[in-house]
Structures are given as structure tokens and as C-alpha cells.
Design a protein. Structure first.
Length: 219
């Protein structure tokens, strides 16, 4: 089952609640919350108060929080309290990886590690048993609307192969950046099952059609 996680970075922030409701009604499985600190990535986006408000307005939604921040360990509890269901942090961050995994689990959240385009897939393999999901970045994190990097496909395939060899059938592989119906199909073929899409969903005139197209279905 392919899941679609629209990235709210591409939403109109003046109408955020309404737009999130719209994409959920259109069939999206979760909401992807891109948190940037202007340090780990060269951009600042949004943080805990935005998640908190969204969660109050749309309590049933599943919140997929992507932390592009240097010190995720210091912010786990506030994001969990605000409503995060799954927290992704970067293998390249400055927090200790094991402690960060443990803190997310202890807070009762699902846990994922993300790797940037220049980080080899092999680097995340030692952590697979402890994870619910791996996020393979298919653009340099920091901005929406960038072109998909084909190098993500081999990395997805490598992680899927190792997960299968280890019997980790539950491991989700998410891909983020430049996802449209064409790149989505390639990612699914490689072994991805959670597709993040900002522009392709929020900038579309028909979000139901957009979500269906990403799943490889007619609208
Ligand atoms: C990039 C973010 C992505 C981004 C995706 O740093 O992690 O989630 O919003 O946007 P699109 O789908 O427009 O490439
Ligand atoms: Zn993201």
C-alpha cells in the first residue's frame, strides 16, 4: 500500500488548516511537517506552535514530522507534546543517533532516520532494526520545488533489499523531494512506499486527482 504524505511547506500558510483538511479529504494518508532551523539547512520554516495548532484543528490526522535541525534530541518532547506521530531526524545531525532514537521511542512516537543525497545508503543500514521508516532525500534538504535526483533510486533499492534480507517487512521507506507522478512510479518500483509531495499536491488545482496520480491511479 502506497502512502502519500503532502508536505505543508508548499501550502498557503494564510489558510493552512483549510488546506490541510483539503488534502486529507483528497485522500492523503498523513501530513508532512518540514521543520528547518536555518543551521542544519539554509532555510527556516516552521516549528512546534504550527504543529500544535494544526493538531488541535485536525486531531485525527497523522503527523509525519521531518526535523531538518542540528540538535533534534533537544526538541523531541515538545514535538511529541504538540502532536507528532512519527519523527524523522537526520543521520547527519549533531545529536547522538542512539540517544535520539531512544528518546523518540520513549515518548511513544514512531521513529525514522533520513539521509541526504550525499550520504550513502550503507550508512543507515546498522540502524534498520530499530526504525519504523527510513527517509531517502531525493533533493538537498532546505527548499521545496527542486528537481528529483535519480541517485535516490539505487539507495531506496539498497535499503529495501537489506530490509528484506533482515526480515524487516514492516520497514517503510519514504522518499522526499521532486516527487511527481513520473518520479513517484520510479520510487515505488525501487521499493519506496511513502511518498512526500509538496508542490505536486498543494500547487495542484485538483488535489484529489493529484493524490491519485501519485498513487498511480486515475483520479
Ligand atoms: C525539502 C523538504 C521537502 C519539500 C518537498 O527540504 O524536506 O519535504 O517540501 O517539496 P517538493 O515536493 O515540492 O519537492
Ligand atoms: Zn521533508
Amino acid at each position: 500500500m502506497i502512502q502519500i504524505s503532502p508536505s505543508i511547506l508548499a501550502a498557503d500558510f494564510s489558510q493552512l488548516g483549510q488546506q490541510c483538511k483539503m488534502v486529507l479529504d483528497a485522500g492523503a494518508d498523513m501530513l508532512h511537517i518540514d521543520v528547518m532551523d536555518g543551521h542544519f539547512v539554509p532555510n527556516i520554516s516552521l516549528g512546534v506552535p504550527v504543529l500544535e495548532s494544526l493538531h488541535k484543528a485536525l486531531p485525527q490526522a497523522f503527523y509525519d514530522v521531518h526535523l531538518m535541525i542540528s540538535h533534534p534530541l533537544s526538541y523531541i518532547q515538545p514535538f511529541v507534546d504538540a502532536g507528532a506521530d512519527l519523527i524523522t531526524f537526520h543521520l547527519e545531525c549533531d545529536s547522538p543517533v542512539q540517544q535520539t532514537i531512544d528518546a523518540i521511542r520513549k515518548a511513544g512516537c514512531k521513529v525514522a532516520i533520513s539521509i541526504k543525497p550525499n550520504t550513502p545508503a550503507e550508512d543507515v543500514l546498522p540502524w534498520l532494526e530499530q526504525l519504523d521508516m527510513v527517509l531517502v532525500m531525493s533533493v538537498e534538504p532546505g527548499f521545496g520545488g527542486q528537481a528529483f535526483m535519480e541517485s535516490a533510486l539505487d539507495k531506496i533499492a539498497c535499503i529495501r533489499k537489506h530490509a528484506q534480507e533482515k526480515g524487516l517487512d514492516h520497514l517503510m521507506i519514504q522518499v522526499d523531494g521532486g516527487i511527481n507522478p513520473t518520479t513517484a512510479a520510479a520510487c515505488v518500483k525501487a521499493g519506496a512506499d511513502v511518498l512526500v509531495a509538496g508542490s505536486a499536491v498543494f500547487r495542484s488545482a485538483d488535489s484529489k486527482q493529484a493524490v491519485a496520480n501519485l498513487r498511480g491511479q486515475e483520479g
